[in-house]
Ligand binder design. Sequence first.
Ligand code: FES
Ligand SMILES: [Fe+2]
Length: 458
Amino acid sequence: MIDMDKLVDIENSTQSKQVFWDQDIYDLELERIFGRCWLFLAHESQLEKPGDFFTTKMGEDSVIVVRHTDGSLKAFINSCTHRGNSVCTADSGNTKSFVCNYHGWVYSTDGSLVDVPLKEKCYHDEIDMASLSLPSIRVDSYRGFVFGCFDETAPSLVDFLGDWGWYLDTWMVGAGSGVELVGPPMKSILKCNWKVPAENFVGDAYHVGWTHASALEMLGGELGGLAGNRANMPFDELGIQITTRHGHGFGVIDHAAVGIHEKRDGYLKFLQDTLPSVAEKLGQPRAKLYDGHWNCTTFPNCSFLYGTNIFKVWHPRGPHEIEVWSWVIVHKDMDDETKREVVKQAARSFGTAGTLESDDGDNMVNSTRNNQGRHTRANNMDSRMAVGYEGPHPDYPGIVGSSFIGETSYRGFYRFYQEIMSADSWEAIRAKDDQWDDCFPNKDYWAKRLAAKANVGE
Ligand code: FES
Ligand SMILES: [Fe+2]
């Protein structure tokens, strides 16, 4: 019997090391997290024309997402209703139909079964084709980012993202025509639990100066001062960290969007040129975030670095292994040369063989593998950094932490992890919508801090 209250202690901000190792916990995650949350599938720029399709994963299930002939997006499980073979083995492409490789059943781009070889002779024309469609999956799109959900009772995608959507808009629609993802995705396998990179991206700016010290030293620039944690930086003035309902979260380092780009003239100019329009369209608080560098996770397993512009999905393959899929984010209105340079810089740093990607990989593998030790995983992990230095903010929704380095969004991620793993239904989760942030009790933190700052300024 899995006792989630024991595995994730909200009050003391600890998590059992078992959550990175145990098979039974992982099985429950597939059922209660990957079976119930909205999961990123593809970007609409990959699915422009009728028949355009992309095959991906939801948890360990193979899924096809496709633009149907009527223009709508469809998603279904990639498993033939005859004997279970894949009906599509290509990563992406354009098709009129999906034909199973085994006995040749044919499915339309809406998933319905439209042809069966030897139907009259072998099935005596008695096959009930209408009941043999591919199992369909809820599909919806936010600002061109397409998500799927197995659970009919889950909230809408917009409600699942909630306040996180307010932040996403900053870069998804803030400038000109918005963004697109450049693919096909780079793919690699990492022997780690899926939550290790998800929690790292949701809020771990603490490791940046240490794990990536050499890379930062080499790159210099806006992030160079973090290398080796040597610089005496005013951490409380350089950015913030945020967690929102349903475990989404991020940290932002102000004015550092282009920090890892060695060759950055085009990108920097694009950000500078578009900043006034973002302020006009979305207001000053989000304009302040627009030229910052963000590390983010959309719960559960979709992470990205805005600024570095790498966009990742951590597909689980058992409790100790993931497939990493990485795209590059570009603004549609960038000129081609700038787009090419952003892709190059993103791939060099956080692509499959990227310099900073390799730094992180070692930690992620070791943080998982250590828990093979029975006595090791009887202990807890700690995420108490800056507890209490966080709260509601007048300008930003969610719970806002005092600095870009902190563990506010770790705590938010695991608070929701514990909740969804414990809940029998979405109804039980909805019942807590008004209390989700009770575990961040210092409601006056920002009011006091901003008042103190105003007094100093007077
Ligand atoms: S398994 Fe697909 S046609 Fe038989
Ligand atoms: Fe890192």
